[in-house]
Design a protein around this ligand. Structure first.
Ligand code: NDP
Length: 290
């Protein structure tokens, strides 16, 4: 298959590499040097122009938000050919993806939303979990491509369902990181050793990925590496909040999580990692993780 791959960021760069093992992959990136390097290192084809991606069997986008995807759709629309499958692996907005699917259908192009989870390490090792929204037929088509990137591919429902569950699961994760930070720091303030507090948490019902991996790793190494931008995490939680409004749902925990994360982003800045919200929790309590 010929695949037009758009967006060689932290996730897209390794994903495109895996696809190139079985397919002809044409790469385009806003910063061209990254695409040049990809072509050089992984035998992909450098797109001279964005339109070079249009004639492919599959177009795959993985960009920060649905806004950037929309801009790419706008630019590619005149060049698209009937029968192409557009896979959007961005963690996007389900309402926008439904509009995009309708727009592309007018050109005979099928659309699935296929956001991923598993972080950069999952993209590197092709062990991502991928949640796919679209028709059963398009799910099967997407699966044939995305099996090179992930081990678990789940058909979630119609277009938009993938994006919806992605932002909701990231909201669960955000709230968990926050409450775990609050309670561990409170334990510390009460005089309990942090290692002991973690040991007990992880031996009991309070355990989570935050307590088992995310926080202990940073405490052990004393490093807070940029793994997933807080900017992206905040965007996901804001989309989840917008879904709640749309459904007229009662989700006070979600609303609070959104407020806390947006506040943390303003304090930490666009370059922060998502787990750095734990530092804000410490600051709010006049303490630290040291
Ligand atoms: P990055 O910020 O690393 O990469 C973003 C990519 O989008 C780059 O290729 C960038 O190009 C491109 N881009 C940005 N703005 C534009 C624009 N206006 N027009 C065209 N291209 C643009 O993001 P990630 O790879 O980390 O994330 C991508 C998506 O995947 C996000 O939706 C994120 O929420 C999601 N995600 C990320 C995970 C992670 O751990 N990083 C895990 C799971 C999902 P350029 O090189 O020029 O900057």
């Amino acid at each position: 298959m010929k695949i037009g791959f758009i967006g060689l960021g932290a996730m897209g760069y390794p994903m495109a590499r895996h696809l190139a093992k079985e397919h002809e992959v044409v790469v385009w990136n806003r910063t061209r040097e990254k695409a040049e390097r990809h072509a050089r290192e992984h035998g992909t084809t450098l797109a001279n122009d964005l339109a070079d991606c249009a004639g492919a069997d599959v177009i795959l986008t993985i960009l920060p938000t649905s806004k950037e995807v929309d801009e790419i759709v706008e630019q590619l629309e005149p060049h698209l050919r009937e029968g192409t499958l557009w896979i959007d692996a961005t963690s996007g907005d389900p309402n926008v993806s439904r509009e995009t699917a309708c727009r592309l259908a007018g050109k005979g192009v099928q659309f699935v939303d296929a956001p991923v989870t598993g972080a950069v390490v999952g993209a590197e090792n092709a062990t991502l979990t991928i949640m796919i929204g679209g028709t059963a037929e398009n799910f099967e088509r997407a699966k044939e491509v995305l099996r090179l990137n992930g081990k678990t591919l789940i058909h979630v429902g119609p277009v938009g369902a993938g994006h919806a569950i992605k932002v909701l699961t990231n909201t669960i994760m955000g709230a968990t990181v926050w409450i775990t930070s609050e309670c561990l720091l409170l334990a510390k303030q009460f005089g309990i050793d942090m290692k002991t507090a973690l040991e007990v948490t992880n031996a009991g019902s309070g355990r989570s990925n935050a307590s088992e991996n995310l926080l202990p790793m940073r405490l052990r190494d004393g490093k807070w590496p940029l793994v997933f931008k807080l900017l992206h995490h905040d965007k996901d939680i804001r989309i989840a909040a917008s879904l709640s409004h749309q459904q007229h749902a009662s989700t006070p925990m979600l609303a609070l999580t959104q407020q806390l994360f947006s506040g943390a982003l303003h304090q930490l800045g666009d370059g922060a990692d998502y787990i750095e919200v734990a530092k804000i929790v410490a600051r709010m309590n006049g303490t630290s993780w040291d």
